[in-house]
Unconditional design. Structure first.
Length: 100
């Protein structure tokens, strides 16, 4: 019998101990995509973004790498500012059992 029958995917990830890792990876993919889209719409190159941020191209490459979840909030805020945007972060209620 499948012990996961009737449970949702979040419950499965929590059971496996990978919920936070998967959530962070998904969030980073979205952030990287949003940065890339903003750059594309504004026709900003990686080199130009790095200059605007007063940083290296390597930092930009890491920010745009959807598999690198180590980007700091400071880097994200700097990139957003350099692209004429701002970052908005908020906490929302999760599963009731996660709070236990």
């Amino acid at each position: 019998m499948n012990k996961h029958k009737g449970s949702d995917f979040d419950d499965f990830l929590t059971e496996q101990g990978t919920a936070e890792e998967v959530s962070a990876a998904a969030l980073k993919r979205v952030i990287s995509w949003q940065l890339a889209q903003s750059m594309k719409l504004q026709k900003v190159t990686k080199k130009e973004l790095a200059q605007r941020m007063h940083t290296s191209r390597t930092v930009i490459d890491r920010a745009l790498d959807e598999n690198d979840a180590g980007m700091t909030l400071a880097t994200l805020a700097s990139a957003a500012r350099a692209l004429g945007q701002r970052v908005e972060v908020r906490l929302v209620p999760g599963h009731a059992e996660a709070a236990k």
